[in-house]
Design a protein around this ligand. Structure first.
Ligand code: 26W
Length: 832
């Protein structure tokens, strides 16, 4: 039965006594969980060891979790809420151990069980509640906010099924559901007492209330219940534990009762199923919206439950004066996905709290902030008006009202400019009218930001130009980052120890201190260089073992590890990479081995299940790999592997082992990229286009330590007007040769024609990604890479300089900027 709380006294956190963290206490709690809670014994499957350990640690997080909440619930305390349909958390065990600072004690405690940390950690399934960059960014943000002691709560959806598991079958991607919650999730805490009701469907009624005021009510709806599950987010050794609150959908109690009383048991169960569908599965599309009703349900479910929860918390502290609401709340919307929150907050304030429209609007536009993560037109969310009318009738009315008032403002500023009004309208006219979610987000927010300098500039120059002309002060840049705790201190323990021995441990909290490594890049520190190389070599051996296990391909750790891992998308140009691989293969076959560097090329990533071209690209990579890896003439000079099921936990092994990071998107298309930063921190050199955060990486490390190639975004825009890909072939024998080999069927002997679609796309004058235009420049840059690799001393120096220059790309810096410019929160006492 759902536990409801009503008429509660204001929340007061009674402090808990801390639990001891010595090996003995940890060991005995571990033993107690294993035996008395899980009913298992020494020698049981390792997964129970993981669970017992997770409970042991969660107990210890509880003390700080409670005191952190207590801190954040001080009267008048301003809080931020990060609303995101995705949080790509990965595993929590190792990260919590690191942040709590009890790795050694825990290792000690486990000795009696003849079990290694690595074995136990690997039992934890990845929490894959995200697609890629946007979802992982949200997880890195949570880590940094906790480390900085910022009062930020994450709101998301507790998908029963996360990102699908990818198998490779005969070179083709196969998707398998990821039931990550099957064995339960020991980190989460269910809090049914804070459930929220969310309405769908029904209709609106306009009426006059007792005071003679016109009012609206939303009636006849089918409601679902949102149940919160809290995940603790530990800060780095600072006694702060923040909260990620994930909502699960279920049927409301009376829904069941009605149906049961009518004697329709199966219908009642069906209704329950229907309600539970909302949080059942993460949509696996990144960068293309498909307008599915269930997705809109998810978005409203998250926005509505989260806003009601934040309001509940605030009212329970005795607050009822809504003129203070905006001063104490900020909601950061991660892309347009939760943007219906703008209209939902208006609905709550006007319909249920009885505020006047203008007052409600002032509050709303002073506490909402929006981050854009993509310029790709196919990724811009639009919802059809008829769908909106059916699912969220009251919200649609509110959006129309917001739009009418907004368009009046536009026409005051630009009288008679109907073209501009049409462009700026939140409702797009046409066959089926559409709600433009990005426009709603901009109109309803006080801050709009892009995620890298170039991206933010392109937004105000292009997509958002009209809005920028109206409200220039709203627009700002916040260059992304990644958390150095997970991506260096946890993932690369060898390098962490080496760095700390030389410059102390301060860098883990203050990544700018990596600058102190710069003097050590000088040639006279040859002992340090040797250690740096030894760490990289060990990491490469660990990756080689993984590649052997997953792909049955032998990677030689002394070869150059050339890595591209990210979602498979045409704009990210895995195709350009594979064209280069074919080029290298041709060189071997033709005996053109001048300045050769042995390479192991690793590619990984998931394709959206409905994205046929991306799936065919995966097949091509695997087909080329098969030919190259089995040709005796290649003789170890080149290896190619596609690593299946690329995810957070695989990146933890891949990033520390990479020598070369491939960031080769068509200029102007990758908003930022964050994998580029993980590689840089771990000492990889980048080969990249002038795009997204690559530009800032290049500026930080210097162009002599970066392999830049390709067209700039302005060149791409210019060339777009008259693009003739075949001309590049005619002028370049290498490109001609590569395309000829592809066309000849050399890589698909038993499946003729399967790569025709790839060739057609590359050779089309409409190819938006202009892969062939960048081929020569890419191949030349790759030759520079091979040359540089020959000089291992110089390479090591560049590798050290990359790590040393990566301080800016910590999400600690990103969060400090969000806080300085947008959130304006005071760090809690714990965070100082
Ligand atoms: C509506 C379907 C959909 C789903 C996800 C559309 C778009 C998305 C995201 C925008 C995809 C995404 O992850 N974008 C990435 O965000 C990262 C974090 O800011 C950036 O580093 C990447 O460049 C950007 O592609």
């Amino acid at each position: 039965m759902t536990k409801h709380l009503s008429n509660l006294a204001p929340y007061v956190a009674v402090p808990l006594d801390p639990l001891p963290n010595d090996a003995e206490a940890l060991g005995s709690d571990f033993q107690r969980y294993l035996s008395y809670y899980l009913g298992r014994f020494q020698g049981c499957p390792q997964v129970y060891m993981y669970e017992a350990l997770a409970y042991t640690l969660r107990d210890r997080l509880m003390v700080d979790w409670r005191s952190t909440w207590g801190e954040y619930l001080q009267p008048g305390k301003r809080r931020a809420y990060y609303m995101s349909l995705e949080f790509l958390i990965g595993r929590s065990l190792g990260n919590n151990l690191l942040n709590m600072g009890i790795c050694n004690e825990t290792q000690q405690a486990l000795l009696d069980y003849c079990t290694s940390m690595e074995e136990v950690s690997s039992q934890e399934p990845d929490a894959g509640l995200g697609n890629g960059g946007l979802g992982r960014l949200a997880a890195c943000f949570m880590d940094s906010c906790a480390t900085l002691g910022l009062p930020v709560v994450g709101y998301g959806i507790r998908y029963e099924y996360g990102m699908f598991r990818q198998h490779i079958n005969d070179g083709y991607q196969m998707e398998e559901p990821d039931h990550w919650l099957r064995d339960g999730n020991p980190w989460e805490l269910e809090r049914p007492e804070y459930s929220q009701r969310v309405q769908f469907g029904g209709h609106t009624e306009h009426y006059i209330d007792d005071d003679g005021k016109p009012k609206v009510r939303w009636v006849g709806s089918n409601d679902v219940l949102a149940i919160p599950f809290d995940m603790p987010i530990s800060g780095y050794r600072n006694k702060t534990v923040n909260t990620l609150r994930l909502w699960k959908s279920t049927a409301t109690d009376e829904f069941n009762l009605d149906e049961f009383n009518a004697g329709s048991y199966t219908e009642a169960v069906e209704a329950k199923n229907h309600a539970e569908h909302i949080s059942m599965v993460l949509y696996p599309n990144d960068s293309s919206e498909n307008g599915k009703e269930l997705r809109l349900r998810q978005q409203y479910f998250l926005a509505s439950a989260s806003l009601k929860d934040a309001i509940r918390l605030w009212e329970r502290q005795g607050n009822h004066d809504y003129s203070k609401f905006a001063a104490e709340h900020v909601f950061q919307m991660n892309d347009t996905h939760p943007t219906i929150a703008v209209a939902e907050l208006m609905r709550i304030l006007v319909d249920t709290k009885g505020l006047e429209w203008d007052d409600a609007w002032n509050i709303t536009r002073n506490c909402m902030a929006y981050t854009n993560h993509t310029l790709l037109p196919e990724a811009l969310e639009r919802w059809s008006v008829p769908l909106f009318a059916k699912l969220l009738p009251r919200l649609l009315e509110i959006i129309y009202e917001i739009n009418a008032r907004f368009l009046r403002e536009v026409s005051m500023k630009w009288p008679g400019d109907t073209g501009r009004q049409r462009r700026m309208s939140i409702i797009e006219e046409g066959g089926v009218k559409q709600v433009r979610m990005a426009w709603l987000a901009i109109v309803g927010s006080f801050s709009v930001n892009g995620v890298a300098a170039l991206h933010s500039q392109l937004l105000v120059d292009g997509l958002f130009r009209d809005f920028y002309e109206l409200w220039p002060e709203k627009f700002n840049n916040k260059t992304n980052g990644v958390t150095p705790r997970r991506w260096v201190a946890h993932a690369n323990q060898g390098m962490t120890a080496l760095i700390s021995e030389n410059i102390g441990e301060g860098w883990i909290r203050d990544l700018a201190q990596l600058e102190k490594l710069k003097p050590l890049a000088a040639p006279e520190h040859s002992a340090f260089h040797a250690q740096w190389r030894a760490v990289k070599l060990a990491n490469k051996q660990r990756l080689a073992d993984l590649v052997k296990k997953e792909c049955d391909v032998d990677f030689n750790p002394s070869a150059l590890f050339d890595v591209q891992v990210k979602r498979i998308h045409e704009y990210k140009r895995q195709l350009l990479n594979i064209l280069h691989v074919i080029h290298l293969y041709r060189r071997i076959k033709q005996g053109r081995l001048e300045n050769w560097a042995d390479r192991c090329v690793l590619i990984g990533g998931k394709a959206a299940p409905g994205y046929a071209m991306a799936k065919r690209i995966i097949k091509l990579i695997n087909s080329v790999a098969e030919v190259v890896n089995t040709d005796p003439e290649v003789n170890g000079r080149l290896k190619v592997a596609f690593i299946p099921n690329y995810r957070v936990s695989s990146m933890e092994i891949i990033a520390p082992a990479a020598d070369l990071s491939e960031q080769i998107s068509t200029a102007g298309k990758e908003a930022s990229g964050t994998g580029n930063m993980k590689f840089m921190m771990n000492g990889a050199l980048t080969i990249g286009t002038y795009d997204g955060a690559n530009i800032e990486i290049l500026e930080a490390v210097g162009e002599e330590n970066f392999f830049l190639f390709g067209l700039r975004d302005a060149d791409v825009a210019e060339l777009r007007r008259d693009y003739r890909p075949w001309t590049y072939m005619e002028r370049d024998d290498d490109l001609q040769g590569v395309i000829d080999w592809l066309r000849s069927g050399h890589f698909n002997m038993s499946e003729p024609g399967i790569f025709d679609m790839v060739l057609d796309a590359l050779l089309s004058p409409h190819d938006p990604w202009m892969t062939l235009a960048d081929f020569r420049s890419y191949v030349d840059a790759q030759e520079q890479v091979s040359l540089a690799w020959q000089d291992q001393a110089a390479w090591t120096r560049m590798s050290i300089l990359n790590t040393a220059s990566s301080g800016f790309f910590s999400t600690d810096r990103t969060m400090e900027e969000y806080n300085r410019d947008i959130w304006k929160l005071k760090p809690g006492a714990n965070g100082e």
